[in-house]
Design a binder for this molecule. Sequence first.
Ligand SMILES: Cc1cc2nc3c(=O)[nH]c(=O)nc-3n(C[C@H](O)[C@H](O)[C@H](O)COP(=O)(O)O)c2cc1C
Length: 190
Amino acid sequence: MNQIKDISAFFSSRRSISVKNLNYPGPNHNQTMAILKNALRVPDHGKLEPWRIVLISGDHKKNFISIIEKRGKEIDIDPLKIEKNKANLLGTPIILAVICSPSISSKIPKIEQILSCGALCMNILNNFLVKGWGANWLTGWMANDKKFGELAFNNTKNEFVAGYIYVGSYEVINPDRPRPSLDEKISYFK
Ligand SMILES: Cc1cc2nc3c(=O)[nH]c(=O)nc-3n(C[C@H](O)[C@H](O)[C@H](O)COP(=O)(O)O)c2cc1C
């Protein structure tokens, strides 16, 4: 674990760690809570806090996996994919399910609440990375299937899984992927 001291060096080279390269040990409970406390500092129009986080770790992974197996079968998910999902879960110490809980009655548009949840996912990812942990934000069918969210997290009809942040230690850093070109992405309003 290599904690980053220079924050601008962190931002110039930060990258997720492939879930295949995440290993034990993961952060302990106190470390996880300290990181999540910082990660909760996200922009949130109207202070609605339209998100929540469910930790999946230790022996409780078994219950999560049994929901994956049962629901995966019901909706014909390729058994090979289920095996991969299970291997990823068991091979990673902590998985954080980030649930977006937009308030429909609020005057703050739903899209802004969803954007705040995306900001939270990114902040969780970066807060683990900056502390030297490996992390990766994944979705897939376990995020996109509404019924899965109900079974696993008691999601209400307005809630959905914004992502799973997988967290662990790592030794292998995957090569960086091509990054966007500043010239192509920035224009000047005239
Ligand atoms: C909302 C969202 C969902 C993603 N879901 C997946 C996924 O299910 N499987 C996958 O291989 N990558 C997925 N990715 C991409 C991974 O997070 C990928 O590792 C990421 O692009 C690495 O970017 P970084 O190195 O800049 O952190 C997703 C990315 C986002 C933003």
